[in-house]
Design a binder for this molecule. Structure first.
Ligand code: SF4
Length: 148
């Protein structure tokens, strides 16, 4: 007998996990309450790769392309994150809803500061995971905690 429960990907920090770069959480009860009847798939691409706490990262536009770069050491970690997110997407194919933390360099959807090489904000855009999810889960609208 197959499960009839719908499945939702939610940024793990919104669920209360202490996985943010500063070791804190961003728990949002309204999100947790809204998905009581769903199967929740927690998602955090940064913590497994870089540990918690960790150096902060940002989206930086380099030669017209968004790259993910560590703030102090200026290391380009884009490929590492792409591999991590691709692995997650391969594991989780059938998804009904996606709720991602706003403003994050990984999870933010159209709310993340895109910086230039002088650390100035050029515009708002999407983090790397939100961009990859948008292409992969084509029929699923990406929402954030701001929608609840
Ligand atoms: S915003 Fe995304 S990458 Fe950052 S801590 Fe939350 S789940 Fe992890």
């Amino acid at each position: 007998m197959s499960s009839a429960r719908k499945r939702v990907i939610i940024s793990a920090c919104l669920l209360g996990e202490q996985c943010r770069y500063d070791g804190k959480t961003k728990e949002v009860n309204a999100v947790i309450d809204a998905f009581k009847d769903y199967e929740i798939v927690p998602f955090c691409p940064e913590a497994p790769l870089f540990g918690t706490p960790r150096e902060r990262i940002s989206v930086v536009e380099v030669d017209g392309q968004n790259r993910i770069v560590t703030d102090s050491t200026q290391k380009d970690v884009t490929s590492l994150l792409e591999d991590e997110i691709n692995s997650f997407m391969q594991l989780h194919k059938n998804i009904d809803r996606i709720i991602l933390k706003s403003k994050s360099p990984s999870c933010g959807y159209e709310t993340t500061p895109i910086l230039n090489d002088k650390n100035e904000t050029l515009k708002l855009g999407s983090g790397i995971a939100a961009s990859m999810f948008e292409k992969h889960y084509k029929d699923v609208k990406i929402e954030s905690e701001l929608d609840f």
